[in-house]
Design a protein. Structure first.
Length: 175
């Protein structure tokens, strides 16, 4: 029960009022900068190598390798970043960034979902969630974290943030 409550607390911190992603980010062009790229038209895949940098508005991804898998529908591409670690950064509307890192980051553009695997971390300010797998929906502000075979999920947050969460929850109950 205690683990469940701390997961609820950290989710509340990550989804605090006005902490939505900058909507303008998703209207910006995606720019990929890399040392090398390979294209497979047959597989509808472009793979970038060597210090890969991706930007889209305030979104920034860095990886050793990035595969972009296309689909019939524009805007439904999937990006799979791999690195030691690969990183993701996005500024939220409240001016507080979300930062993520893992050995693999899967970013599904259509659903705006990040799936972090292998030594995954998701951080906003001093709040931190660590696990073997973290799935985070940017739009829905929902997160699921799982430990691995020999590891558990770790959540770290400050007492001040717990007070803010409690106040936020009380305001929501009054409405």
């Amino acid at each position: 029960m205690k683990r469940y409550l701390s997961s609820i607390a950290i989710l509340g911190l990550l989804a605090a009022p006005a902490s939505y992603a900058l909507d303008d980010d998703f209207k910006q062009k995606i720019v990929v900068d890399a040392g090398r790229q390979e294209v497979s038209l047959k597989e509808n895949r472009v793979t970038f190598y060597d210090d890969v940098e991706v930007t889209q508005g305030s979104i920034k991804m860095n990886a050793d390798q990035l595969s972009v898998i296309g689909s019939e529908e524009a805007g439904s591409e999937v990006m799979i970043a791999q690195g030691q670690p690969a990183t993701f950064y996005q500024m939220m509307e409240n001016g507080k960034p979300i930062e993520a890192e893992a050995h693999e980051i899967r970013y599904e553009l259509a659903t705006r979902t990040l799936t972090l695997t292998k030594q995954a971390e998701l951080k906003q300010e001093e709040s931190l969630v660590r696990g073997e797998m973290i799935r985070y929906s940017i739009d829905l502000q929902e997160m699921v974290a799982q430990g691995g075979e020999n590891s558990r999920v770790t959540t770290i947050f400050l007492p001040q943030q717990l007070e803010e969460l409690e106040q936020y929850q009380q305001q929501g109950n009054q409405e």
